[in-house]
Each structure stands twice: as structure tokens, then as C-alpha cells.
Design a protein around this ligand. Structure first.
Ligand code: NAD
Length: 765
């Protein structure tokens, strides 16, 4: 008789199939039109949607044309007023109804999702669908509380929403629920590989009695998406690849459309020597082999501390070998089918290249037979520049490298253009939180990975995009209200360059740039004349020098809010003491008040602890961007400068400010106040000259993390378009603000000075 251990070793899984019947009955080989104004249109030109596990056709779906998109936008527009007019409570009832109906159809949704996408039924049943339902419940709550919690704010109007194929229903929920809660109407375009659960959701909208036109769904590929971006919508919310995100940034530049981008990632998974290694191995399974690795925030780069690397790698390989790849409808399958053969080819191509570049490939066993399957893979013995470490593979492929010190771990973790997520494994919470603060990522999981909740903000930094989904922060992305309402700004008259500096008796009136805490001559050696003063004509090189100086002033972002407040109070006092030296006279007193105002905020605009599911402390930390560019308003040369630069530095940013072009003297004169107020060199840098050229350099600069532009509409458009390189968030405002009133110290200045980092800290003995 075998021992228990031997019996366990001999045991195998029996088949545990979930029946596809419930979904196949619903599909019945149907051809779908679009869901516009509360009903389905007749199918137009259609394409087949297939089951990646078998290659079989599931349904025919229409390819949305420009006309289809226009019709959907029209329906959403007509519905917008009525929907926004409903009380929060009334909108909440609709969202509850949708949540309940989704719950009632959980099984159908889960099976349909698995058939369409290839993900294991265990995941669609236990993760995708319950989370989608949770989003609708959570946002029903926000609808209810909207007026109290977001006073003075209003919906954008019509939102165009474009989503990818990896979490089709969940991405729909992340987009549709907050948009509707805030009072917007939507036109959603699902991904062409996986539109089916969105079409089922459309049926629920009818059943829930949602007013016609509030939700519209147009299917199709990238061309349909592009038509939606170009359509008359007020906001675009996009989740997908960085490449397409960049295109959308360029296409929406200057259109006034609000934009949020949730893009790709190459997230680190950091294992310290003191980590619970078995838990970390299980973490890798959830990080990269969950959903076939088709997860934007997948932990795709393991960084393990040298002294435990061998043990960890051995355990990981043993675990990987046991993963079951196969029929997604089987409840004991760990890894299902990759969404489409084109994606499978892409994964294989990238892995081949990684191997050619020297990586060693280890992989799990594969099922026999047809279907778009890819075994879990581990790549070792590779350098940081290997393509598998630099490119998002979007498949079940993870790389492994080692590090020695925590500093090296941070360096390797941040050695990517992305900044979506990070996972940190250590039983030493002090180390883990220290590293969490240093990694460039919008979401950090400590001793965990891929945890999501409707009340936890999700989104990226750097080329992973901007904007957050979920929680209060996600609601703000669907609301507006703080924008300027004054006249459109005009571009200032062009400047003519004068060689050299002022000579003779005018010498004392020659100003200098202020860079790195010192007065600097402009690199080109030119100046321009303004009202008898000679102003340095700064150029690209000066901006680059200023950005370098701002980078050098890193310490400012690390000091406490209390320390920053003290410096700002001192600045306000010094400005007050020198008030008589400053012009324009009518701005000085208010500039002093404003300096005190932003000083007061320096230690108060803090984060939150969100209530999420599970035993977690989920922190939403407000972090400064780092180096920000600010093209200050042309009008209000002193007050406008103070009102924009000071909130940014109060929140811990270092700023390269472009002063008013036609009246730069008040800003340049501020250097004396900055010098005497203990503002460290490099925290505020002031450049004058042709604003167009200076703004362009800031927008294109990869080391400028966020940009504000208060300028004419043409410059605003250019700044947005030029920012597509590193995808920095741009706040471009072409209408004038009343700097003397409440709009001059709106909460928006704080909100736009920080980005939220969500840190999940699990607890439990
Ligand atoms: P994709 O960018 O190719 O497509 C995403 C969506 O955009 C699809 O609906 C597609 O039809 C549409 N689209 C394609 N071209 C378009 C265009 N020119 N204009 C407008 N829309 C267009 O990405 P994908 O391959 O479907 O999805 C994978 C990518 O999505 C990965 O990079 C992944 O990291 C990212 N992603 C990010 C998040 C996040 O929250 N950050 C979540 C999921 C996926």
C-alpha cells in the first residue's frame, strides 16, 4: 500500500470542464450590429470572432465605420443632458440595476469571456466578473455621493472609450461605471478580438431600463477606434498599447478633449533575500502566468537578491513545470489560450530574439493539439539590454536577473521607460516601503501582486500613461469644473534678438536667467528689449541646463512638507518685505497673499488610506512628479508666476519656469527673494525668451515629467502634440484665469502637481 506522500505524488487531475452551453445558446452563431441609442443596429460589414482555444468561429461582429461612430456619438450627445440632470441617487439606481443584472448572469459572462479571450474559467469566474460587478456597485455609490463629494464639478459630456482585449468585461467596467456615475454618456469600442461580453452588457443596459443613448457600443478594429478619437466627443479614455496611446495624444492635441491613457508596462518583481521565497514563487505565478501574461501590470522582470537567487530559481522552475496549460474551460487549467495567433507569433518572435541575444529559455510542458497555446516561460542569464527586458511581451514570459544591494534593485527596477506597477517581496516592511517610495510605478504591491479593487486607484507614470481609474481619483478623471473661463489668450509679439548685453549706463538694468540657484547669461549671448530693460534671450540649451539643475535638486522632493512650508513662508515674508521693489503694483499684495496660501498647503495635501477588499492597508500616496515645466501666463506677470510655480514646489516638484515674454522683469527679479529665502538652488529655474521655442523644448524633454502651459491656443496645441514622446501629462489652458480670484488658487493646482502612487500593504499574522 502506498504511503500518503506517494499517493499524493501519483495523483493527477481529472477533467473538470465547465459547460459552454450557456454561452453557445446565447450566441447561436449570431451576427451582431452595434448598440446605438438603446438598440442593436443591423449588422454591416462583419468579421468573425473566434475562440482562441479551438480556432472555431463564435459569432460575426460588425466593423464600425465613421458613420456608425458618428451616429453613436449623436445618440450619446442627445442623451447627455437628461442623464446629467438626473439626481445622483437616480443615476445610482441605474448602476445598481446593472450590477445586479451582471451578478445574475455571472456564469454566462464568465463562460463567454473565456470562450472569447482564452483565459481560464477559474480566472474569468473568480476575478474578471466579480471585479466588474464590484466596479458597478462601487460607482453606484459615487453617483449617490457626487454632489456632496465633488461640489462644483460636472461631467465632461460624451466620453469615447477604447479598450483592449486582455480583460474585456473588466476594462469595460473600469471605463463605463465611473463615466456614468459622474453623469457622462459613453461610446465604447471594445477590442476587435474580444467584443462579445460588451455586446452582452449592451443587452443588460436594455433590461436595466437605462435611458437610450447613455451607453453605446460600436465594434470594430483600430480604424473604428481612430474614428472615435476624431469624433465630436469631450473626453477620450484609452487603454491599450503605448504606441497607439502616443498616436492618440498627437491626434487630440489642441482639440480640448480631456484625455486619460492607461498604457503598457514592464513591471519589476523584486525579491529580497529575507522574503518568504515560497510565497514569492507563488507570487510569480500570479504576476506573469495569470491571464497568460496578457496583463499590462504583469511582473515581467524578476529581480532577485544574489544570495537567494539559486534557491529561488530552482523553486520557480519546479513550480513552473507543474502549471497546467490547456482547455480554458477546464476548472483545473492554470494557463489558457493566448488571445489570437497573431499575439502568439509576436510572443514567439520576441522570445526567439531574446534567445539569440544570449538568454537561456526554460519552459513548462505544452498541451498537444490545436489552439493558440503558449507555455509559461522563464528567461535567465540575460542582461538589462536584452529585448525581453526592454519590450513588453504581453505573454507568459518572465525574465530573471539578480541584484546585490537595495540601491541596485531600485536602479534596475527603474531602468525602463514604463512605470505602471511593481511588486516587492520582503519580510522587512521598512525595506519594502523604502523601495516602494523609490520605484517609478503607479501601483506597488508589497508581498503580493496583481491585486485590484474599485476603490484602489490604478494607472501609470512615464510611458505607461497618465490618469487613474478607480476610487476618488478615478472619478476626478470623469469630472471637470475648475477650468478657466476667461478670454482666449493671444500670442505675445515676437521678440527681436539683440546681440550681447546692454552696454554703458544701461548695464544695471540687464537681467539674467536664474538657473541652479545662480544668475546665468543665456547660452546664445543674445537679449531682447522690453520697456527699457534688456532681457536674456534664452533658448533650447538654457532649458536643458535648467532641467539638469532641477534634476540636481532632488533633495527638495524628499524633504518633509513641514520643511517646504517653512521655506515658502519665509519666501512670502521676504516678498512682503521687498514689496516696494516689485511691479506691477496691483499684483504685489496679492502675490504675497498667494505665497502664504501655497505655503499653508505644503504639508496638507496628503494621501488617503483606501478601504479595499481583503486584509490590506491600501495607501494612495501623493507624489510630486519630480521636474515640471511651467509656461507661466503672459498676463499677470508676477501674480501668475507666483500662483503657478509655488503650488508646484509646495508639493515637492522642482520647476523650470518660462516667464511672461512681454513682461518678464517681475519674474526675473524674484531671484533675489528666492536666494534669500533658502529655496535650494535648482528648485526654481527661470528662463525668458521666445515662449514657443522654450515650451517646445520642455514638451519634448524626456526628463520633464509634467508640463503646464498657460498660453495661446496654438502653443497649447503644440505643447500637447510635442509631449507625445515621453507621454508627460500636459495641462494646457488657452483661456485666461482670473488670477486675483478663487480661480487663481484653485485646488486644481495641487491636484495637477502630484501623481497618485497606490501602495498595497497586506497584513495578517
Ligand atoms: P492596442 O493598442 O493595439 O489596442 C487597444 C485598443 O485600441 C483596441 O480596441 C484597438 O482596436 C484600438 N486601436 C488600435 N489602433 C487604434 C487607433 N489608431 N486609434 C484608436 N484606437 C485604436 O493594444 P492591445 O494589443 O489590444 O492591448 C494590449 C496593450 O494594452 C498592452 O500594451 C497592454 O499593456 C495595454 N493595457 C494597458 C492597461 C492599463 O490599464 N494600463 C490595461 C490593459 C492593457
Amino acid at each position: 500500500m502506498p504511503t500518503v506522500t506517494e499517493a499524493l505524488a501519483m495523483m493527477d487531475y481529472g477533467p473538470a470542464p465547465e459547460s459552454a452551453a450557456v454561452a453557445m445558446d446565447w450566441l447561436k452563431g449570431r451576427a451582431f450590429g452595434h448598440f446605438i441609442n438603446g438598440s442593436f443596429t443591423k449588422p454591416g460589414e462583419t468579421f468573425a470572432v473566434t475562440n482562441p482555444a479551438t480556432g472555431a468561429d463564435l459569432a460575426q461582429v460588425s466593423q464600425g465605420t465613421e458613420a456608425d461612430v458618428a451616429e453613436a456619438v449623436k445618440a450619446a450627445r442627445s442623451a447627455a443632458k437628461g442623464w446629467a440632470k438626473l439626481s445622483g441617487g437616480q443615476r445610482a439606481r441605474h448602476l445598481y440595476a446593472l450590477a445586479r443584472l451582471m451578478q445574475k448572469r455571472e456564469r454566462l459572462f464568465a463562460v463567454l469571456e473565456t470562450l472569447d479571450n482564452g483565459k481560464p474559467i477559474r480566472e474569468s469566474r473568480d476575478i474578471d466578473v466579480p471585479l466588474a460587478v464590484r466596479h458597478f456597485y462601487h460607482h453606484a455609490g459615487w453617483a449617490e455621493l457626487l454632489a456632496d463629494e465633488f461640489p462644483g464639478m460636472r461631467p465632461h459630456g460624451v466620453c469615447g472609450q477604447i479598450i483592449p482585449w486582455n480583460f474585456p468585461l473588466l476594462m469595460l467596467a473600469w471605463k463605463v461605471a465611473p463615466a456614468l456615475a459622474a453623469g457622462n454618456t459613453v461610446v465604447l469600442k471594445p477590442a476587435e478580438f474580444t467584443p462579445l461580453t460588451a455586446l452582452l452588457f449592451a443587452e443588460l443596459c436594455v433590461e436595466a431600463g437605462l435611458p437610450k443613448g447613455v451607453v453605446n457600443i460600436v465594434t470594430g478594429d483600430g480604424r473604428t477606434g481612430a474614428a472615435l478619437v476624431a469624433a465630436e466627443v469631450d473626453k477620450i479614455a484609452f487603454t491599450g498599447s503605448t504606441e497607439v496611446g502616443r498616436l492618440i495624444r498627437q491626434q487630440t492635441a489642441g482639440s480640448g478633449k480631456a484625455l486619460t491613457l492607461e498604457l503598457g508596462g514592464k513591471s519589476p518583481f523584486i525579491v529580497f533575500a529575507e522574503a518568504d521565497l515560497d510565497a514569492a514563487v507563488e507570487g510569480v505565478v500570479d504576476a506573469i502566468w495569470f491571464n497568460q501574461g496578457e496583463v499590462c501590470c504583469a511582473g515581467s522582470r524578476i529581480l532577485v537578491q544574489e544570495q537567494v537567487a539559486e534557491t529561488f530559481t530552482a523553486r520557480l522552475k519546479a513550480r513552473m513545470a507543474k502549471l497546467r496549460v490547456g482547455d480554458p474551460l477546464d476548472k483545473s487549467t492554470d494557463v489558457g489560450a493566448v488571445v489570437h495567433t497573431t499575439q502568439l507569433d509576436r510572443i514567439r518572435g520576441l522570445v526567439d530574439q531574446a534567445v539569440q541575444q544570449g538568454a537561456i529559455l526554460h519552459q513548462a510542458p505544452m498541451p498537444n493539439g490545436p489552439g493558440s497555446f503558449c507555455p509559461p516561460m522563464l528567461l535567465t542569464d540575460l542582461g538589462a539590454a536584452n529585448i525581453a527586458n526592454t519590450e513588453e511581451i504581453f505573454g507568459p514570459v518572465v525574465t530573471l536577473m539578480t541584484f546585490r544591494t537595495p540601491g541596485e534593485a531600485v536602479e534596475l527596477a527603474n531602468n525602463t521607460r514604463y512605470g505602471l506597477a511593481a511588486s516587492i517581496w520582503s519580510e522587512n516592511l521598512t525595506t519594502a516601503l523604502d523601495i516602494a517610495a523609490q520605484v517609478k510605478a503607479g501601483v506597488v504591491w508589497i508581498n503580493g501582486t496583481n491585486m485590484f479593487d474599485a476603490n484602489a486607484p490604478f494607472g501609470g507614470m512615464r510611458e505607461s500613461g497618465f490618469g487613474r481609474e478607480g476610487a476618488r481619483e478615478g472619478m476626478l478623471a470623469y469630472l471637470t469644473g475648475d477650468e478657466a473661463t476667461g478670454k482666449e489668450r493671444k500670442a505675445p509679439a515676437a521678440v527681436s534678438a539683440l546681440p550681447g548685453e546692454a552696454s554703458g549706463d544701461a548695464v544695471d538694468r540687464t537681467r539674467k536667467l536664474y538657473i541652479g540657484g545662480a544668475q546665468k547669461r543665456p547660452d546664445g549671448g543674445y537679449s531682447y528689449a522690453v520697456a527699457g530693460a534688456q532681457i536674456p534671450l534664452g533658448g533650447r540649451k538654457d532649458i536643458r541646463n535648467a532641467v539638469e539643475a532641477a534634476h540636481g535638486a532632488k533633495g527638495w522632493s524628499k524633504v518633509t512638507g513641514h520643511n517646504r512650508a517653512q521655506v515658502l513662508y519665509f519666501l512670502a515674508e521676504n516678498l512682503s518685505a521687498r514689496a516696494k521693489d516689485f511691479a506691477p503694483k496691483d499684483e504685489v499684495a496679492q502675490a504675497v497673499e498667494r505665497a502664504f496660501y501655497w505655503a499653508a498647503w505644503a504639508d496638507k495635501y496628503d494621501g488617503k488610506v483606501h478601504s479595499t477588499t481583503g486584509p490590506n492597508v491600501t495607501l494612495a500616496m501623493k507624489e510630486p512628479f519630480g521636474v515640471m515645466g511651467i509656461v507661466c501666463p503672459e498676463e499677470a506677470p508676477l501674480l501668475g508666476f507666483v500662483s503657478t510655480v509655488l503650488p508646484a514646489i509646495a508639493m515637492g516638484n522642482r520647476v523650470v519656469a518660462v516667464a511672461s515674454q512681454s513682461n518678464p522683469v517681475p519674474a526675473l527679479d524674484l531671484y533675489q527673494v528666492l536666494d534669500t529665502s533658502d529655496v535650494p538652488g535648482g528648485v526654481v529655474n527661470i528662463v525668458t525668451g521666445p515662449r514657443g521655442e522654450l515650451a517646445e523644448t520642455l514638451a519634448k524633454h524626456d526628463d520633464v515629467a509634467a508640463l503646464w502651459v498657460f498660453a495661446d491656443s496654438d502653443l497649447c496645441r503644440k505643447a500637447e502634440a510635442f509631449s507625445a514622446g515621453n507621454l508627460k501629462p500636459v495641462w494646457a489652458e488657452s483661456r485666461m484665469r482670473d488670477w486675483t480670484g478663487p480661480a487663481g488658487q484653485s485646488r486644481d493646482f495641487l491636484r495637477r502637481s502630484v501623481q497618485v502612487k497606490t501602495v498595497w500593504v497586506p497584513y495578517g499574522a
